[in-house]
Design a binder for this molecule. Structure first.
Ligand SMILES: [Zn+2]
Length: 414
């Protein structure tokens, strides 16, 4: 045996489930039981933290979305989670969105605000270089923190939080490119939903409402609404129009999801914005003003994971599962062979753990790991062959499958 890893055994993910029957898929209860996340009053409400199993799911999503965006021509950037108050005055957030923002912090005579969105930072990234028409569309993406001063009464689990890790992106394009970019963003969203195993409850065209929450420029709204409406009609997908649900700067196509109780929330969104390019005086050579297409493929990671827990009841697709393979020696006699199988799983890139024989009968250990996609049983026959017999979580036997093949099946892009 040639060791290819330092001699460390992966720690337990605290993933073993109680053998109680899971009833309702409430993400708060299931999320704690699966070791996805937890909260502590000393950190504060609306500020959950991610446990190892949750951090593994989150990393899998982040890697997947990053790669999906990369293949679609996005360039990734990173920007700070706060900025000067003047930045948000310029973007319009201060005038239209202040009640959802944390109050400013004074440092050295300046006021800083935890950002309520990533758009202003990305507008400045655009503005940092000379741009010409042939640089467009410029697609920038970032998975970054944003903050919302939600009242503690409405906070719960991962669905309403004060610190959001947002999959965000902004396409800076010429006006005549906007419709195609909106449609391309919807393609990306639909591909991601399919891979994640989730279904939209409905598509919503969210329009401006009355009052000072919305920028008062009727001609601008008409223009941006007609881009979104045309794309929706062209794609032939049914949608509802709702007034008062738009962003302060423009209308949105919102892709709504529903929890088991039927409560709706927005997961993915595509928006057309003529307002912030003007506020930041964005230009491209020749005097053109770009349009900003804001889009989020999977929304905030917190809300997405809450939804995934509920949709899959914890039985995530293999590429997302916190533990993808569990190694089950029949008895102590197979312990060395099981350790070798585990080592090969980890080396092949699988998230794997060992359930040794002293943790109970094989049946009890399988029940405790019933959400793990691949259960690798190691008995005397497998010791002789140097392989493992793969049991799937629906109880079926897949026979002896090479570990490299299991690893390949456990990647989002195969
Ligand atoms: Zn934005």
């Amino acid at each position: 045996m040639t060791p290819c890893l330092p001699g460390r055994t992966p720690g337990s993910w605290s993933f073993a489930l109680s053998t109680e029957r899971l009833t309702m898929n409430d993400h708060r209860r299931l999320g704690r039981e699966l070791g996805i996340f937890d909260t502590d009053p000393l950190i504060g409400s609306g500020l959950p933290y991610w446990l190892p199993a949750g951090a593994a799911v989150r990393k899998a999503i982040e890697d997947y979305v990053h790669e999906l965006e990369r293949r679609d021509g996005y360039l990734h950037v990173n920007s700070p989670v706060l900025g000067k108050r003047e930045l948000y005055e310029r973007s319009g957030h201060w005038a239209h969105y202040a009640e959802d923002m944390f109050p400013p912090m004074e440092v050295g005579g300046e006021e800083f605000v935890l950002r309520p969105s990533l758009c202003p930072h990305h507008a400045l990234v655009y503005r940092s270089r000379q741009r010409s028409h042939r640089d467009l569309p410029l697609r920038l993406a970032e998975l970054g923190g944003m903050y919302r001063s939600e009242l503690s009464g409405v906070l719960g689990g991962l669905t309403r939080v004060r610190a959001i890790q947002l999959n965000d992106g902004h396409v800076f394009c010429a006006p005549e490119q906007a419709a195609a970019e909106v449609s391309a963003a919807l393609d990306l969203i639909e591909a991601a939903h399919e891979r994640l195993g989730i279904r939209a409850a409905r598509y919503r065209l969210s329009l401006r409402g009355d009052g000072e929450k919305f920028v008062d420029d009727p001609a601008m709204w008409l223009r941006s609404e007609s881009v979104l409406r045309d794309v929706l009609r062209q794609r032939g997908r049914p949608y509802d129009e709702e007034h008062g649900e738009g962003a302060f700067y423009g209308p949105k196509i919102d892709i709504q999801i529903a929890d088991p109780a039927g409560r709706e929330a927005t997961l993915s969104t595509v928006q057309v914005d003529y307002f912030q390019p003007e506020r930041f005086d964005l230009r491209y050579a020749g005097g053109g003003r770009p349009v900003m297409v804001h889009r989020s493929v999977v929304g905030g990671i917190e809300r997405l994971v809450a939804h995934l827990i509920e949709v899959h009841g914890g039985a995530f697709p293999a590429w997302l599962a916190p533990v993808q393979a569990v190694v089950l020696p029949l008895s102590d006699a197979e312990a060395p062979a099981a350790a070798e199988v585990l080592r090969r799983c980890v080396a092949a890139g699988l998230r794997a753990e060992l359930a040794p024989a002293d943790r109970g009968s094989l049946g009890a250990r399988i029940r405790a790991h019933r959400l793990v996609p691949y259960q690798l049983v190691v008995g005397p026959r497998e010791v002789a062959s140097g392989r493992a017999a793969v049991r799937l979580r629906d109880g079926s036997q897949a026979g002896e499958v090479p570990i490299e093949q299991l690893a390949a099946q456990s990647r989002p892009f195969g």
